[in-house]
Design a protein around this ligand. Sequence first.
Ligand SMILES: [Zn+2]
Length: 75
Amino acid sequence: MDAVLKPCPVCNSEAELKEAHYFESELPYSYVHCTNEGCTLNHNAAHFSASKSEAKNDQDAISAWNKREQIPAHH
Ligand SMILES: [Zn+2]
């Protein structure tokens, strides 16, 4: 599995994998976002709910982020 994060497709800044918890849930979720606060992908990140394990969430989030690089960014 490819666990390496590609740089942001919009601004080429470093990407970061984050984990958090839904307010009303004990289940963690993972997402990847751009570390550049001025970038559209800083807050527009896909979330992946916990279904199996945190490691699976991480992998899903990373995979989605990396695939997204091939999608034209909308500003
Ligand atoms: Zn960015």
